[in-house]
Write a protein that binds this ligand. Structure first.
Ligand code: BDR
Ligand code: CA
Length: 310
């Protein structure tokens, strides 16, 4: 089993990433769940992570609360996408049974990586603040992180025309991570916008009869309404499950070796990920960039995972 730390800001699609990682079909061992300010503030994101652990039966996985603010800039949340609670639309109990551990996320990440045999993969599905802080606080972790498999960036944006939300919230942190030398697999909007919840797939999900599927359906319904309404999509794009799906079955993605630089200065382009594809630069490639997704394989995995909770 591949060991992972999920660093997230749940978040409807973060919740779906947790669902995939925790399902009976998953070959992943969740070492920890760490939270960060992103979709909403870190308190709410953490509360949501705990509620989701209760739902998914993740009683033994430590949850640690992380950074409350980006490294340099002011916090910019996404309550317009995920609602005030960060997870609007569900009937999950407001108060979780599970509690956070008494250790900061950054310290838990450092401890887990240092104690490992270099076999832990970090899966960030929110802003990269915790990961950058961990790298800065204890650079000895750099050669020991197996890989960082993240949702973020793209060749275009969603928070601004240039920038994707996770990178836009903390581009200084993203720059530290992309320049760290740790192997990176990047799942940006180019590929996550191919993970579209069609009405056929929504129908299949709604036919599954277990509490996890019911909760995911509530989230999907809320999230789809937002995507189809104010975001102007025809279907919801489920971003954050992509890196997790890749770890479970890499054959559903086509990857390309690229150089990625993070824009931290631009007046209009702050948070842009400049993706240099073949031949554009002589500089050392620093990421594998996901280009295409096999949607059938993705949704088959997603739906079989949901069924595995029955
Ligand atoms: C990313 O932004 C967040 O709102 C989602 O959870 C996802 O991680 C997509 O841009
Ligand atoms: Ca997220």
């Amino acid at each position: 089993n591949r060991r992972i730390i999920l660093d997230c800001d749940p978040g409807h699609d973060d919740a779906m990433a947790m669902m995939l990682a925790a399902s009976k079909l998953s070959n992943l061992k969740l070492e920890a769940i760490t939270t960060v300010a992103g979709n909403v503030d870190v308190e709410k994101n953490t509360n949501n992570a705990l509620r989701l652990c209760d739902l998914l039966g993740l009683n033994d996985v430590p949850v640690a609360k992380g950074a409350a603010q980006p490294l340099v800039r002011k916090m910019k949340a996404a309550a317009h996408v995920h609602g005030k609670s960060g997870l609007d639309g569900t009937t999950l109990p407001d108060k979780p049974i599970k509690q956070i551990i008494n250790q900061h996320a950054v310290d838990l990440i450092i401890e887990k990586i240092i104690d490992s045999d270099g076999d832990i993969t970090i899966v960030p599905t929110g802003p990269l603040t915790n990961i950058a802080l961990a790298i800065r606080k204890e650079p000895k972790i750099i050669p020991k992180i197996k890989e960082i498999v993240l949702m973020g960036g793209g060749t275009y944006g969603n928070r601004t025309p240039a920038a994707e939300f996770n990178i836009y919230v903390d581009a200084e942190a993203a720059k530290i991570v992309f320049e760290s030398g740790v192997p990176i697999e990047m799942f940006g909007l180019d590929v996550t916008h191919q993970a579209l919840a069609t009405s056929d797939r929504m129908k299949e999900m709604s036919d599954i009869n277990n509490p996890v599927a019911a909760a995911v359906m509530q989230m999907m319904n809320f999230y789809s309404r937002i995507y189809k309404g104010k975001l102007g999509f025809t279907r919801a794009a489920v971003h954050d499950p992509c890196p997790v799906a890749y770890l479970i079955d890499p054959t559903m993605f086509e990857m390309e070796r690229v150089r990625v630089d993070i824009e931290t200065k631009g007046e209009f382009t702050y948070g842009m990920t400049c993706v240099y594809t073949n031949g554009m630069t002589d500089r050392v490639p620093n990421a594998n960039f996901a280009r295409t997704l096999n949607q059938d394989k993705f949704w088959d995995l997603f739906i079989r995972s949901l069924k595995s909770y029955s």
